[in-house]
Design a protein around this ligand. Structure first.
Ligand SMILES: Nc1nc2c(ncn2[C@@H]2O[C@H](COP(=O)(O)OP(=O)(O)OP(=O)(O)O)[C@@H](O)[C@H]2O)c(=O)[nH]1
Ligand SMILES: [Mg+2]
Length: 293
């Protein structure tokens, strides 16, 4: 999978390599630093991370700043520990429309199934007619049970049914696909809070995690979305989707620095296996061009 990540990060890596190659044969000066800054911002590293990088460069001599920059970036990210020890576990997959919730829910289900876990999918997107059908196709491909109710308009009711089923089948992980919603839609965001409360108050034997899907191609806008979601449900992590189509891999740092939301998974394509389990050291290596681990 590292090979695939390495390939996916090639556009971001080129931007970063170009940025640092500014210093070859040139002094570190205000001009070169300004140029560096604009390159790094275009890779979505975010202003405060870029400022941090520039501080590191200023403090070190030209010959040794690159390892220090990598160290600084690694330090921003947390270690990715998949918190599955607290099973049974409910994962609420949330996010704006089209950000990759359903696809990611399926990929995460496959990931846990591969680990030998007893996994269940819950189709709580009651707004779009085709939503359940899309999830059903995935559940058949993975070979796991899906709980849904095409006649229900009430996502909380489907969630309730899903978790009741999860209990009776002794599921380790129940993954709940939710409807896409604009972070500005108050009612829909309230509904999400309600779903979260249902798990924590009625299904106390489960631990719960909310995972937000973030379309990496949207860049810094997605930070604003994530911030608004986090005001309604505590976010335990993010799936950065569609990384196979963008040069904005720096968003990982902005998410962590500004929202303390760790990236847990990266979507690198449309298939079940196109899910990379985030590892900060590999990721930094992918950004700076060292293929060998
Ligand atoms: N290339 C690529 N496409 C992706 C990835 N993740 C999702 N997609 C595609 O993005 C589109 C939207 O994905 P969905 O999973 O349906 O998104 P959603 O958030 O469930 O959408 P709504 O339920 O309508 O809000 C689909 O065409 C997916 O195949 C990814 O990591 N890479
Ligand atoms: Mg969906």
């Amino acid at each position: 999978m590292f090979k695939k990540l390495f390939k996916v990060l090639s556009r971001t890596r080129n931007t970063i390599t170009d940025a640092f190659s500014l210093f070859s044969g040139r002094r570190v000066s205000t001009d070169t630093l300004d140029e560096l800054e604009s390159h790094l911002i275009s890779a979505d590293l975010g202003v405060s991370t870029v400022d941090g990088i520039i501080d590191v460069i200023r403090k070190h001599s030209k010959s040794d700043f690159l390892p220090k920059v990598k160290e600084y970036l690694t330090g921003i990210l947390s270690d990715n520990v998949q918190k599955i020890e607290n099973t049974p576990l409910v994962i609420l997959v949330v996010g704006v429309n089209g950000s990759g919730k359903t696809t990611s829910a399926a990929k995460i289900a496959q990931f846990y199934k591969n680990m030998g876990k007893n996994v269940l999918l819950v189709g709580a997107d009651t707004y779009r007619a085709a939503a359940v059908e899309q999830l059903r196709i995935w559940s058949n491909r993975i070979g796991i049970r899906l709980v849904c109710n095409e006649k229900s308009q009430e996502p909380s009711a489907v969630l309730f049914d899903g978790l009741t089923a999860a209990k009776s089948m002794n599921a380790d992980v129940a993954i709940v696909d939710t409807a896409g919603r604009l972070h500005t839609s108050r009612n829909l965001m309230e509904e999400l809070s309600k779903m979260f409360r249902i798990v924590t108050s009625r299904f106390t034997e489960f631990s719960v995690q909310s995972i937000i899907t973030i379309d990496a191609t949207l860049g810094q806008n997605s930070l604003i979305q994530a911030k608004q979601f986090s005001e309604h449900v505590p976010l335990d992590g993010a799936v950065l989707t569609k990384m196979d189509g963008t040069a904005k891999g720096g968003i990982v740092f902005s998410l962590y620095k500004e929202l303390q939301v760790p990236v847990r998974f990266i979507g690198v394509g449309e298939d079940l296996e196109d899910l990379y389990i985030f590892n900060k050291n590999e990721y930094i290596q992918g950004l700076f061009g060292e293929e060998k681990l």
